[in-house]
Design a protein around this ligand. Structure first.
Ligand code: S3P
Length: 429
């Protein structure tokens, strides 16, 4: 994809359904009794991988565009897969499904693409093993492919060293199959869609927050049946983030993004934009299916650098590449700290963001847990996405304010989470 600088992005758009919620809708629907109907399902490769895996586990799933109907078979209704489960590029599929598979009376193997098979799985192998699961890394390198055989699970309390919704959700899902209560404490609250949605499906699940620290705990008690639900997935704030950034940094722009999920555990980007001096407002705020939703209006603004650190990080972890792009054209210096988790995403995003910003002429220094960016002018460059969808989209926004042409290599990797990304763009020209 070749892009150049523009001005005046104007219009009203919607972005596709939330990736995290779409995954969970399929998974919870599969182990619930009865039918689950999902509207505005994200038709990205990651969520399609989740559908593919549950079909391989014997679940009948109908899909007509962005409407998905799952014929759930109840908590013990999955059947032995006839094949290795192909999780593609999707960390969420891998970690959440492993929690479910750990509680099954049959063996399974799962594997993904090269990026997925190099991401850390010890973070789920360790707690699942403590629960009595038999799960191993086939190549003994702490990564997928994973091999899971039947085990008798018992509830544990797990103090997670990382604020990770994938780790938390994996343990809670295994908790559905364990004897007794399972609880997870994380250092600060990661996205809470599993808690909100499992409760809607009928699970006995409770959350609490420490008064004297940022720690947060969720507990699940097994035994209740889950029941199919009707869900409408809100627009994904992680996809909206690219157009929020474009609206703020492309001269003479005004963009209204309708129907975006603004769950506080996901909405750190909104606070960062405000703190950087962005003209951003929330309209028509409402709550549907336990999730907060709003329309987001952004207008071109003079941004300035800020420090981003601490417990806001898990609420904007996937938006850091595009936040870094905003920082690269803001006045002054932006410091991003406490974000070492970036290293274990689809690529090492400290490295991929810093390398590509440098190639666009930006003054940026990587640090062990983030980066320091001094704002200025960007120049067009060839962007090495390393097949990371969020790098492709973040640097497509950078291209719009860079002098000269920018080439996004392997730009089709946007299919992972936002196949229509470049089409949405056209709507604003
Ligand atoms: C996700 C959790 C986050 C996020 C990922 C989706 C989820 O990962 O980066 O894109 O749906 O639970 P971690 O839980 O590893 O932080």
């Amino acid at each position: 994809m070749e892009l150049c600088s523009i001005t005046g992005l104007k219009g009203k758009i919607t972005v596709p359904g939330d990736k995290s919620i779409s995954h969970r809708g399929v998974m919870f629907g599969a182990v619930a009794n009865g039918t689950t109907e999902i509207h505005n399902f994200l038709e990205g490769a990651d969520c399609l991988a989740t559908i593919r895996c549950f079909r391989t586990l014997g679940i009948d799933i109908e899909k007509e565009k962005d409407t998905v109907i799952i014929h759930g078979k109840g908590i013990h209704g999955l059947s032995k897969p006839s094949d290795i489960l192909d999780v593609g590029n999707s960390g969420t599929t891998t970690r959440l499904i492993s929690g479910i598979l750990a509680g099954q009376p049959f063996e399974s193997k799962l594997s993904g693409d090269d990026s997925l098979n190099s991401r850390p799985m010890k973070r789920i192998i360790d707690p699942l093993t403590k629960m009595g699961a038999n799960i191993s890394s086939i190549l003994r390198n702490g990564c997928a492919p994973l091999y899971i055989t039947p085990g008798t699970l018992h509830g544990i309390h797990y103090d997670s060293p990382v604020a990770s919704a994938q780790v938390k959700s994996c343990i809670l899902l295994a908790g559905l199959y364990a004897e007794g209560e399972t609880s997870v404490t994380e250092p600060s609250l990661s996205r809470n869609h599993t808690e909100l949605m499992l409760r809607e499906f009928g699970a006995d699940i409770r959350s609490s927050h420490a008064l004297d620290s940022t720690e947060s705990t969720v507990s699940i008690t097994p035994g209740r049946e889950l029941y199919g639900q009707k869900l409408t997935v809100p627009g994904d704030i992680s996809s909206a983030a690219y157009f929020i950034a474009a609206g703020l940094i492309v001269p003479d722009s005004e963009i209204l993004i309708e129907n975006v999920g603004i769950n506080p555990t996901r909405a750190g980007i909104l606070k960062v934009c405000e703190d950087m001096g962005g003209d951003i407002s929330l309209l028509n705020e409402r709550t549907e299916g336990g999730e907060k939703i709003a329309d987001i209006l952004v207008r071109t603004s003079r941004l300035h650098g800020i420090t981003i650190q601490g417990d806001i990080i898990p609420t904007l972890i996937d938006e850091i590449p595009v936040i870094a792009v905003m920082a690269a054209v803001a006045e002054g210096t932006t410091v991003i700290k406490d974000a070492a988790e970036l290293k274990v995403k689809e690529t090492d995003r400290i490295e991929t963001v810093c390398d590509n910003l440098k190639s666009m002429g930006c003054k940026v220094t990587p640090t062990p847990d983030g980066m320091i960016i001094t704002g200025g002018k960007l120049a067009g460059a060839s962007i090495h996405t390393l097949l990371d969808h969020r790098i492709a989209m973040a640097f497509s926004i950078a291209a719009l304010v860079a002098e000269g042409n920018t080439k996004i290599l392997d730009s089709r990797c946007v299919d992972v989470s936002y196949p229509a990304f470049y089409d949405t763009f056209e709507e604003l020209l």
